[in-house]
Structure formats: C-alpha cells, structure tokens
Design a protein around this ligand. Structure first.
Ligand SMILES: Nc1ncnc2c1ncn2[C@@H]1O[C@H](COP(=O)(O)OP(=O)(O)O)[C@@H](O)[C@H]1O
Ligand SMILES: [Mg+2]
Length: 223
C-alpha cells in the first residue's frame, strides 16, 4: 500500500501542494486531474523519489520514503511527461539497454513479450520511425521491465491516437488486476479517467474538474 500523509511541497516560498493525504491499495488505478500548474507532475515526482516533499510522510509497503528511498526505487516504475528513449536505437536495443540499467534480469524473450502484450509489434525498427503512440508504449514497456508494484505515469496518453490510448488503458487495467500493481496517472481526458480509474485525486479548486468528476460518479479523493 502507498500511504501519503499531510504531504506539502513548496518551491522557495510558493506553496504548490498543501497537506495532501491519501492511500492507494494494491490493484487500484488512481487518476490524477487538475488544471495546468496545479502540481500533478510535482506530486508524481515526489512519489517517484525524484523530488523531496517539504513536509509530510510517504510510505510504500511500510518502507519510508525519507529513509529507504533506494529500496523503494526498486518497486517504482515512472514514465515522465516527456518521452525518454534512444531515438537512433531499435526497440530491441532500447529494451536491452534499459534492462541492463534495471535491477532485474529479464531474457530477450520476456522483453519482447512485454512489448507484444502492449500491441507494440515493431521490434527491429529504429525508434525514430515509430509513431508517437508507439513511442509511448515503448516508454511504458521500459518502465515495467523490473516489474514495479507502483506505476507512476505523467500524461501517458496525451497526443496519441485513439487506438493506442485504448490499448494503453486496457493494458494498465490488466496490470492492476493480474499483478496487483498500483497505478497513478494523470490525464486531461475525462472519458479515459471514467473508463480506467477506480478513484480520482483532484488537485486544486478548479470547479470544472470537480463538476466533471461529480457527474462521472467516481469516488473523488478529497485533498
Ligand atoms: N523545479 C521547480 N522549481 C520551481 N517551481 C516549480 C518547479 N517545478 C514545478 N514548479 C511550479 O510548480 C507548479 C506546479 O507544476 P507542475 O507540478 O508541473 O503542475 P502540473 O503537472 O499540474 O501542470 C507550477 O507553478 C510550476 O511552475
Ligand atoms: Mg504536469
């Protein structure tokens, strides 16, 4: 379980996140919504151990973010807002490269299966020839190499075709259900949030998001 208690974050004296508390159970998919600049990426960066909170405590399966972040990193998969892969290398070479950097030992067949499960069938093509949707899938596949228990995705479906969006959504649901992965992901697409998420965290007071969520009938985590 991921447990966040009274988490705050300021940059210099500007308060971005203010006393957030929530928890996520294994197998849950949590949507993270809010207007631009609300602090969604900041929250994901903190949960990915890349940024430190100014105040509050975070634990993952009873491991403390403040004290045991090196251990925690083994359990986290993070896909930042900007795609981060080697454009000149093939899909295969990217997967092999990131496998070496990871904490796990996966065979080439296992790596290939990860891509195929996501409907990314290109294996020997250079990444620069792939569509935006395929690059996103590859980035997601890379984040899953070490079989994380907490998957953090920053706008994984922005700017990609509908088919890829649906495939990524279906894949996330499968991961959560079959492997009890906790997924937190940001999106501006309310239909997608409605389709995929169990609960939704709404950051900020923008009434637009609150109204949309109330109409959707989703459980809103008030923070
Ligand atoms: N490293 C940083 N230093 C100073 N301010 C930052 C930094 N990162 C983000 N911010 C500010 O924090 C606010 C929230 O940003 P962000 O988390 O990227 O929002 P969102 O992802 O919801 O659009 C913005 O006002 C942004 O300018
Ligand atoms: Mg952002």
């Amino acid at each position: 379980m991921l447990n966040v208690e009274t988490l705050s974050k300021s940059y210099r004296d500007i308060n971005i996140l203010n006393q957030l508390s929530f928890h996520v159970e294994p197998g849950e998919i949590i949507g993270l919504v809010g207007e631009n600049g609300a602090g969604k990426s900041t929250l994901l960066q903190i949960l990915a151990t890349i940024a430190k909170p100014s105040n509050g405590t975070v634990t993952l399966n009873d491991l403390s973010y403040a004290k045991q972040y090196k251990e925690i990193r083994k359990w986290i998969g993070f896909v930042p807002q900007d795609v981060a892969i080697w454009e000149e290398l093939t899909v295969e070479e990217n997967m092999l490269f990131f496998e070496k950097l990871s904490w796990s030992n996966r065979t080439k067949d296992e790596l290939k299966k990860l891509c195929i499960d996501m409907n990314l069938s290109k294996w020997t093509e250079p990444v620069k020839t792939l569509s935006g949707g395929m690059k996103r899938k590859l980035n997601l596949a890379i984040s899953l190499i070490h079989q994380p228990k907490l998957l953090l995705l920053d706008e994984p479906t922005v700017g990609i075709d509908l088919k890829s969006r649906k495939e990524i959504g279906a894949y996330l649901k499968k991961q959560a259900k079959e492997h009890k992965v906790m997924v937190i992901y940001t999106s501006h697409d309310m239909d997608e949030i409605q389709d995929i998420c169990h609960r939704v965290i709404c950051i900020g007071n923008d009434p637009f998001y609150h109204n949309m969520l109330q109409k959707s009938g989703k459980e809103i985590i008030s923070i």
